[in-house]
Ligand binder design. Structure first.
Ligand code: BGC
Length: 273
């Protein structure tokens, strides 16, 4: 006999809804963060748009979301400054409520410098923004999420959490560190109903790597490093982040989802070893 209690309706859609949730996306005044903020808002979450220096762009994005039926507000500050991070979270508490979803997106590549010929101040800055920043934000988020009994933290890492990148020791070290932070924090907070995951983008067309895709020669070289015949779009990452933020990903924690069009499958080997 058919079990009617398990009957489902087909073709009614899949639930990626984030309605009722409050999401903070750091560094969402441009690039990946901006697209992530738009997708999360489209899924129904109220979005705290965070910027460091591009206030106007952040306000424009909030305006676009608010005038299209979404809800967004803007918060400025430096993620590598603990006091400023605390102030951002306090303002979000007051204006929107307690954060349910944190996307640690803010980051910089830094200058290309070889170790020894470099300026240690640059190294420290990359680590401060790309590793200390996510930690400070996660720390504030965890305090709130433990109280509410749920939450999702998504750390944007990079293929360079796995792949060494000459000239970018600080960046690669920060991303590998952020990956281990993801796993260790996930272990700490799983019993509190909090998931912690990472998304590792490959080469995504954003202002961060315009010097590479803006030049035909380096662009051609970059394509040899990607199995699919294209660079990634910001939407490729935003879709993955929206999925991971949703209940569809409710059994996923402490791991990295790589979204790289096949950079990590060594496309150069396609033509022989
Ligand atoms: C960097 C980009 C780079 C990509 C692939 C990313 O993490 O931010 O500049 O193009 O990795 O190397």
């Amino acid at each position: 006999m058919a079990d009617d209690s398990r009957k489902v309706s087909y073709g009614t859609g899949i639930n990626l809804e984030l309605k009722g949730k409050i999401a903070l996306v750091t560094g969402s005044s441009s690039g990946l963060g901006m697209e992530i903020a738009k997708y999360i808002a489209r899924a129904g979450a109220t979005v705290a748009i965070h910027y460091h220096s591009e206030k106007l762009q952040a306000e424009q994005l909030a305006g676009e979301i608010n005038s299209n039926g979404g809800k967004a507000a803007v918060f400025g500050g430096d993620v590598s400054n603990r006091a400023e991070v605390e102030a951002i979270f306090t303002s979000i508490d007051r204006q929107l409520g307690s954060v349910d979803i944190l996307v640690n997106n803010a980051g910089i590549d830094g200058k290309r410098e070889l170790c020894g010929d470099d300026n240690p101040d640059d190294w420290e800055r990359v680590i401060a923004i790309n590793l200390l920043g996510p930690y400070y934000c996660a720390r504030e988020a965890v305090k709130r999420m433990k109280k509410s009994g749920h939450g999702v933290i998504i750390n944007i890492t990079s293929v360079h959490e796995f792949v060494p990148w000459s000239g970018y020791t600080a960046y690669s070290s920060a991303k590998a560190g952020l990956s281990m932070f993801t796993k260790t924090l996930a272990q700490e907070v799983s019993e509190s109903g909090i998931r912690v995951v990472a998304v590792a983008p490959g080469a995504i067309k954003t202002p961060i790597n315009k010097d590479v895709w803006g030049n035909p020669e380096t662009y051609k070289d970059l394509l040899t490093k990607i199995a699919m015949p294209r660079m990634g779009e910001t939407s490729d990452i935003a879709q993955a982040v929206t999925f991971l933020a949703s209940d569809m990903a409710s059994y996923i924690t402490g791991t990295t989802l790589v979204v790289d069009g096949g950079m990590l499958i060594y496309p150069a080997f396609k033509h022989g070893g």
